[in-house]
Design a protein around this ligand. Structure first.
Ligand code: ATP
Ligand code: MG
Length: 406
């Protein structure tokens, strides 16, 4: 037996004080979901401390397995490997062949063999295995042994039923498996910040659904298209998502007619949060997530953040609170959300936007303004008009939805 496979490792540190079994099960579920569309024949095996992916008979999938595994939250290391018979001979031959293939130009890097046995019931100790394999690579390929700073590390892992051998090692995205921290509802605008914030929340194990408020019927559909495209890009990190689109236009107008003035932006944000909070409760989510960053714009002063937060009963999480705009933009580029966020849109009729945004607000001032509307009825009305979209994951190559609205 000699089968190409991909090994997934997760950081032991991430597991400190956590329920390891749940973490592992969630990770396994998420890995399966991330590979689901590759069709039957993809195998996901669980070994102690390792997840093993393979696609017997479909060698062309090896790179795809590797790429997808690197994106699954909770995975800290990914290694393309060979799975071979559980004998010293098979392990040695696989190590030599992988090492040779890793230097097609014939250069001779310093190397070390690092064997470990998850199954102690093996004829050789780890040290004996290191020496056996090291000798073969040294004599047959002419590579010098370098135990302190090797350029190539040959990893040999003896398991109960097989041996895995790898010479390459890539870092995964890290974080925690989506779902193991609970569920959240992320407020997704068409901007750069909220998708990055949602991604950070997912990365810490929160399964996210999304809600987007449009200015409909006072504005066009562009912001909803963008929100959908963004949700689609983000959905691939958790195998799907739900997006609620809620037309806020009438309520925005009511706020303006009630004399919101410079409080308009904060009042509108409070209404979004209040509505999202109700929706989150109904969907059994445990938190809200926004893309707020302290002081980034005048609506995001500490007092405005506090005034908005007061409209929520659930914890309101702001993963980007201390991020600079440059850091957010760089991350949005990496995630592929920036190209979507860059498209023009309008989520509030520009005629309603006040000339000045109050930087210092109090919940009291907002409550007085809100008394002029029937808040409960407004929120009920918004929820009744919410449209639910099931979002399937979109991968990097596909930007069809984004160009459709440009
Ligand atoms: P973003 O780039 O995410 O739009 P921003 O810097 O433009 O953020 P604001 O417009 O003040 O900041 O919005 C702060 C947060 O409020 C957003 O990150 C998002 O979570 C939420 N939000 C704003 N507008 C909407 C909207 N139309 N629908 C849903 N959430 C919104
Ligand atoms: Mg915005």
């Amino acid at each position: 037996m000699r089968q190409p496979c991909v090994l997934l490792k997760y950081g032991e540190l991430a597991l400190k004080g956590r329920n390891r079994g749940r973490f592992e099960q969630q990770l396994l579920d998420n890995v399966r979901a991330a590979l689901h569309d590759l069709g039957p024949g993809v195998r996901v095996r669980r070994r102690r401390g390792v997840i093993v992916l393979s696609a017997p008979g479909r060698p062309g999938l090896q790179d795809e397995l590797l790429d997808r595994a690197r994106e699954v939250f909770g995975v800290s290391v990914v290694q393309p490997a060979l799975r071979v018979d559980r004998t010293p001979e098979a392990a040695t031959a696989a190590a030599r062949d992988l090492a040779r293939a890793a230097r097609p130009d014939g250069t001779r890097p310093g190397f070390a063999v690092r064997a470990r046995r998850r199954d102690k019931d093996f004829p050789l100790t780890s040290t004996e295995l290191n020496i056996l394999i090291g000798d073969v690579i040294r004599t047959e390929l002419g590579w010098p042994v370098d135990l302190t700073g090797p350029e190539v590390e040959v990893a040999v892992e003896v398991d109960r039923r097989e041996v895995f051998v790898a010479v390459e090692r890539y870092s995964g995205v890290g974080g925690l498996p989506v779902g193991c921290s609970g569920r959240a509802l992320a407020l997704l605008s068409g901007g750069f910040d909220s998708p990055v914030a949602a991604h950070r929340a997912m990365r810490r194990g929160l399964a996210c659904d999304f809600v987007h408020f449009t200015g409909a019927p006072l504005t066009g559909p562009s912001s909803a298209y963008k929100a959908y495209a963004l949700a689609r890009r983000l959905a691939r990190f958790q195998g799907g998502a739900r997006l609620w689109v809620i037309p806020l236009g009438h309520a925005q107008k009511e706020l303006a007619l009630a004399g919101a003035g410079s409080l308009h932006v904060v009042a509108q944000r409070r209404l979004m949060v209040r509505t999202a909070d109700r929706l989150a409760h109904a969907q059994r989510a445990h938190a809200l997530v926004t893309g707020d960053s302290l002081g980034q714009v005048s609506s995001q002063t500490l007092s405005n953040l506090a005034t908005v937060e007061q409209a929520a009963t659930l914890p309101l999480l702001r993963p980007l609170l201390a991020w600079d705009k440059e850091e957010i933009m760089a991350e949005a580029d990496r995630l592929g959300t920036a190209e979507i966020s860059r498209l023009p849109d309008e989520d509030c009729c520009s005629l309603l936007a006040p000339r000045r945004v109050a930087t210092r607000t109090t919940p009291g001032a907002l409550a007085r303004l809100e008394q002029r509307l029937d808040l409960e009825e407004t929120v009920d009305g918004l929820l009744a008009k919410a449209r639910l979209l099931q979002v399937t994951p979109g991968r990097h190559e596909e930007t069809g939805e984004a160009s459709a609205v440009s």
